[in-house]
Ligand binder design. Structure first.
Ligand code: ATP
Ligand code: MG
Length: 423
């Protein structure tokens, strides 16, 4: 019986992993250029960490976590997002006391969702977090950093939405207003929303149910309930974004799916990927470090969904960057094969990082040339008895009509460096 892959968990095949590598390299480079440093985190954390940080009445904690007991009876969970682990690491490693941290991390996340295009059970995020920064300057900088990523990759068709969730107190007032509003239309609420009405009415605004949209649209908006300090924070953020020429839309109903956010929240959304439109989402979570047992530490972060990011890059005409050899080396006959074997190792010594694929397992000239072509290589290097006798190899361009030329073996490194633009 053939093995089965797990539903919603994808293999990233070699034809697309080159594009992933390219995009990840751009993400890392831009994050590092803004002073973020990499932190690598475990994929498992104690279940309790996510319950406390993400919040009990959220889709993730209610129904999406992959939790299990380890052999010692401890409840562990495959991380559904990176922020909780990041904050946990900040606390347990003492990174936050009298320090500020700009950190990035990347890797797989796990949520038991209904798999569909752009929504998977194992997916990947690139995540940046700034801990110890009260903002709003960092809020603006972080948003501009994400905008720079789109520009660097020629990605358009994205819109920035921002909102403020205020502080705990003002959100409390807002919550009352929401409860009053939704209670008035209780008969029209769906099951999820009725349950949330008592426990977490803000989350009703995040409903994905189309039937709920008119009710959500008529709800009061948080911006009318903001406390003065949060209002100032939001105004300053807007001023900084304006000064930098960033365009955005204030979406007063943007609340985000996790509980820990306050003040600034934002999301980059696209209409180019069907219904999974959120590509990069973030926000401020000033209370989380303390809630998890650290000293009060303001913080903000965003996470990019890499699958959606790759898909959008392709929709916007981004080139796939499959990895290909520079040169495919074909050899005919025992002596030539032996010579070719030594030759490619010498070339690897001399030309740092050159991508050489040596024909392995023999084969006719014709079949070797077929493999050369299929490999996507720029050139084929041919070694037969005749070439061997003359201490030469035939260099054949595979992507142009140019003629094959003979090159002396001891000239090869120089000629290849020149042809491949490595001088
Ligand atoms: P959505 O509203 O689409 O469910 P979310 O609000 O749950 O997204 P976050 O928890 O903020 O998403 O995660 C940050 C980013 O990770 C999202 O903007 C999205 O690009 C991506 N993402 C979230 N869940 C998935 C998933 N199941 N599959 C693929 N990407 C995802
Ligand atoms: Mg979600």
């Amino acid at each position: 019986m053939k093995p089965r892959a797990i539903r919603g968990m994808n293999d990233i095949l070699p034809d697309v992993s080159g594009t992933w590598q390219h995009l990840e390299a751009v993400l890392e480079e831009i994050a590092e250029s803004y002073g973020y440093r990499e932190i690598r985190l475990p994929i498992l954390e104690h279940t309790e960490l996510f319950r406390r940080s993400i919040g009990e009445v959220t889709d993730i904690v209610e129904k999406e976590m992959y939790s299990f007991e380890d052999r010692n009876g401890e409840s562990l969970t495959l991380r559904p997002e990176a922020t909780a682990g990041m904050v946990r690491a900040g606390i347990t490693n003492g990174l936050l006391h009298n320090q500020r941290q700009k950190l990035w991390t990347t890797g797989p996340m796990f949520r038991y969702e209904k798999p569909q295009k752009g929504r998977y059970r194992q997916f990947h995020q690139f995540d940046v977090e700034a801990l110890g920064y009260a903002g709003p300057d960092i809020d603006a900088e972080m948003i501009l950093m994400s905008a720079r990523i789109w520009r660097a990759l020629g990605i358009s068709r994205l819109e920035l939405e921002i909102n403020s969730l205020g502080d705990a107190e003002s959100r409390g007032h807002y919550r009352e207003a929401l409860v009053a509003h939704f209670s008035g239309v209780k008969n029209d609420l769906d099951q999820d929303s009725i349950r949330r009405l008592d426990q977490n009415p803000l989350r009703i605004l995040d409903s994905k149910n189309p039937d709920m949209q008119p009710i959500v649209a008529a709800a009061p908006v948080m911006l009318d309930y903001l406390d003065d300090a949060s209002r100032d924070h939001f105004e300053t953020l807007r001023g900084l974004l304006d000064a930098a020429g960033a365009t955005y839309r204030v979406n007063p109903r943007l609340v985000r799916g996790l509980d820990y956010y306050n003040r600034t929240v934002f999301e980059w959304v696209t209409d180019a990927l069907g219904s999974q439109g959120a590509v990069c989402s973030g926000g401020r979570y000033d209370g989380l470090v303390e809630k998890l047992g650290g000293r009060p530490t303001p913080a903000i972060g965003w996470a990019m969904g890499i699958e959606r990011f790759v898909a959008l890059y392709e929709v916007c005409g981004g080139e796939t960057a499959a990895s290909r050899p520079d040169v495919y080396v074909a050899a005919l006959g025992d002596a030539a094969e032996r010579e070719a074997f030594a030759l490619v190792e010498r070339l690897r010594d001399e030309l740092d990082g050159i991508r050489l694929e040596l024909n392995l397992g023999g084969g006719s000239f014709k079949s070797q040339m077929k493999r050369a072509d299929k490999s996507g290589a720029e050139y084929a290097l041919l070694l037969g008895e005749k070439e061997l006798a003359e201490a030469k190899a035939g260099l054949k361009p595979l992507r142009s009509q140019d003629e094959q030329v003979p090159v002396a073996l001891d000239e090869l490194a120089r000629v290849l460096a020149e042809k491949l633009g490595r001088t």
